[in-house]
Ligand binder design. Structure first.
Ligand SMILES: *Cc1c(COP(=O)(O)O)cnc(C)c1O
Length: 429
């Protein structure tokens, strides 16, 4: 199967005239379509709300599109809260799902009126000492052990640092009630980038049963259940796509079987999807600048792992399309590498591709979530620009590329400051 590129060679050439590669390109139309599909899948639940996981794509232009679609934000850091505030997403439109939380983060989350999702039992007293316990509070659950769906192990929560144990959750709800909390939510994130459609329905069943017990045993008034993130995307062309309508239907069945008979049929469902929302709606556009023939065949490109860390960090597969050669046969086998002095800086290893010429543009797929956001400056690398392809066909620079000045800006060295002052200003592309 061929993976979709949402801009053709003419459009990409047009963009590169003013904005040199590498850059991440996002697709407004695809983002809106995905948002509407998600809302459709959960339309049966009147309180349904998606809180987009800001960490996946922390760009205000993206957050504004999602806000227009009715979404809130899921934040876990100080700057993510600020970004959310900057685009006018505040109050209960923010879910604050942090861990190892510093006091000033709770202060800001509280000031913004965010829904605070506690990661740990000890944070009850901590939050209380920082800003008091708000009327609405959420707690993050970690069931421990392995999380399985129809005998298939999805992930290992027992090894994860997040959340309350089961016992802590019951104790915590009682304690929070005693401290003035009036309405409650339950949250869990048990598996990442899940394939197939089983994860959400299985997770929902676990959380729904838990909510019924919590409400019976602690008397807590549970108003929402947050299924968090974790729905994957088909990174490989042959991976089956997740069917969000089937996922929504699976969750609805669990809801009707567990929550409705228990008298909890008005509980709202929340999600915090990052990858599923944005992953396929972004691509990293890079140019082949060298070929190298040693013990293997290399194509060297102008992007590197600082623009997309997932292959180096997780050995993640990202599909590559050679723009303009979509129909050509994949008769060569290449490693596609970046410039970092690290042998894991490879976007692809032993990848069958059409013959690549210097100057060819490569589209590295599915970089819209956890792509640019995970960028870093190792080796003095500068992070790339981000460009948004608008629904009307135009495009817009939504983050310029970093300059040497950006890289040096935190140094307090006077010689560096003098050198920068003597330099020509960098172009803003
Ligand atoms: C990372 C994260 C998400 C988003 O995860 P995806 O895999 O991108 O869907 C949601 N919620 C929390 C608390 C997270 O840490």
């Amino acid at each position: 199967m061929i993976k979709r590129t949402f801009a053709d060679i003419d459009r990409i050439k047009e963009i590169t005239q003013s904005h040199p590669t590498p850059f991440h390109l996002y697709d407004e139309r695809g983002i809106r379509e995905r948002a509407r599909l998600l809302k459709k899948a959960f339309a049966w639940n009147p309180g349904f709300r998606e809180f987009f996981a800001v960490k996946a794509t922390p760009n205000p232009a993206i957050l504004r599109i999602l806000k227009e679609e009715g979404f809130g934000t899921d934040c876990s850091s100080y700057t993510e809260l600020l970004l959310s505030e900057a685009v006018g997403i505040t109050g209960s439109d923010i879910m604050f799902s942090s861990n190892a939380t510093q006091a000033h983060l709770y202060t800001l989350a509280h000031k913004l009126g965010a829904i605070i999702n506690l990661d740990d039992f000890t944070h009850i007293d901590f939050l209380n000492s920082v800003c008091g316990i708000p009327k609405t509070i959420c707690c993050r659950f970690n069931p421990g052990g392995l999380f399985t769906a129809s005998t298939h192990v999805m992930d290992n929560p027992g090894d994860a640092k997040f959340g309350f144990t089961r016992e802590q959750l019951f104790e915590g709800f009682r304690k929070l009630r005693g401290l003035g909390a009036q309405t409650f939510g339950v949250h869990a994130f048990l598996a990442s980038n899940t394939q197939g459609n089983a994860y959400y329905p299985e997770l929902a069943r676990v959380l729904f049963n838990l909510a019924v017990e919590l409400s019976r045993e602690t008397g807590a008034d549970i108003r929402f259940i947050n299924l968090s993130g974790g729905i994957g995307i088909p990174y490989r062309p042959d991976d089956p796509a997740q069917d969000i309508l089937a996922i929504g239907e699976g969750v609805r069945q669990a809801y009707n079987e567990v929550l409705v008979p228990a008298g909890l049929g008005d509980v709202a469902l929340y999600t915090e999807l990052g990858r599923f929302m944005l992953g396929e709606n972004g691509g990293l556009i890079t140019t082949a600048i060298h070929e190298k023939h040693i013990y293997k065949e290399y194509i060297c490109v102008d992007a590197n792992a600082s623009n997309l860390m997932r292959p180096a960090m997780y050995k993640a597969y990202h599909h590559i399309t050679v723009i303009g050669k979509e129909g050509a046969e994949a008769t060569r086998v290449y490693d596609v590498s970046g410039s970092l002095c690290e042998n894991n800086d490879k976007f692809a290893i032993d990848r069958a591709l059409p013959p690549i010429d210097i100057g060819d543009i490569l589209w590295i797929h599915d970089t819209g979530a956890h792509g640019h956001a995970m960028g870093y400056n190792y080796n003095g690398s500068l992070r790339s620009a981000e460009i948004l392809l608008r629904e009307d066909g135009g495009f817009e620079l939504i983050r310029r590329a970093e300059t040497p000045g950006d890289y040096f800006t935190t140094l307090v060295d006077p010689d560096v400051a003098r050198m920068l002052e003597a330099q020509q200003p960098q172009p803003l592309t």
